[in-house]
Ligand binder design. Structure first.
Ligand SMILES: [Zn+2]
Ligand SMILES: [Zn+2]
Length: 276
């Protein structure tokens, strides 16, 4: 996780052959600095995948793409929303996928699925490389049945623990309509809601959870981790690894599995529509 929280989100997913960003919601400068901390030169990126068009997921993209011709992967509505009113309209390297599609970026298979959130066509991802996989759901009001099914096989799950319900309800700064939006079925997962999602996945292959997208005012890493730990203690799964990502620092590198050594043979990928 290069950084995660209500003020900005970006993550790096990498194999020996492939480096992709999920969202570009930090300043371009911070993305570059943090990639370098991970030993990745920004011009070596194989793509940026977008979950949805909200500023905390795309705000660094315009400047990043001004300097680099990185392929940007998004569904059509998200691409349209990001491109309107921004210099990204001049970016030529868009790869448009249909929500629900599965495609490859080098040796990483990307599965996309819709998530309920107040954006034009928000998605979550499941990534697979070798025999291991990673689920990625950051902005969603609740977990649909389909989404749970998509995530049953993942070993590591990145999930939002956006807010503590009490802190949000008692927050003096947010007007009621904003609180209602956050708590709605197209808003964000609370710590408890995220715990419920994790509980549903315990019968699957999950062995590590990375918590993210915490609200600065209405949550703390201690509260979020506490709720998840309490759940895992209740069901006797105390060996599960939990990490809470922060806004200001790059997380440790999470090793999800091994991929085959040796050269990777790229294959022709036909899942995309290039847009002019
Ligand atoms: Zn959002
Ligand atoms: Zn967000």
């Amino acid at each position: 996780m290069l950084g995660s929280g209500s003020a900005g989100n970006s993550a790096l997913i990498a194999t020996d052959h492939c480096k992709i960003l999920v969202d570009g919601g930090l300043s371009a400068r911070q993305i570059v600095v943090r990639l370098e901390q991970c030993g990745v030169a920004p011009e070596k990126l194989d793509g940026v995948l977008l979950t949805h068009e909200h500023g905390d997921h795309v705000c660094g993209l315009e400047v990043l793409c001004r300097k680099l011709d990185i392929p940007v992967y998004a569904n059509a509505l998200t691409a349209e929303a990001v491109r309107c009113d921004s210099a990204l309209d001049r970016h030529r390297n868009w790869r448009i996928f249909r929500t629900g599609a599965e495609f490859n970026i080098c040796d990483i298979t990307v599965q996309t699925f819709p998530v309920p959130h107040d954006a034009v066509d928000p998605v979550g991802f499941a990534f697979r490389a070798g025999a291991r996989s990673l689920g990625f759901i950051t902005d969603l009001g609740y977990a649909t049945k389909m989404l749970i099914e998509r995530l049953r096989e993942v070993h590591t799950l990145v999930i939002e623990t956006n807010h503590d319900e009490k802190l949000l309800q008692n927050d003096p700064h947010r007007p009621w309509p904003v609180k209602q939006r956050i708590m709605s079925r197209h808003g964000h997962l609370s710590n408890t809601a995220a715990a419920n999602v994790i509980e549903e996945l315990l019968s699957g292959k999950i062995e590590r959870v990375v918590l993210g997208h915490l609200s600065r005012d209405c949550n703390t890493p201690e509260l979020a981790t506490g709720v998840i730990r309490a759940l895992l203690a209740k069901v006797g799964k105390i060996d599960m690894e939990i990490y809470c990502a922060t806004q200001s620092e790059v997380s440790p590198r999470f090793r999800i599995g091994e991929t085959k050594a040796g050269a990777f043979q790229p294959s022709f990928e036909s899942a995309f529509f290039q847009t002019a």
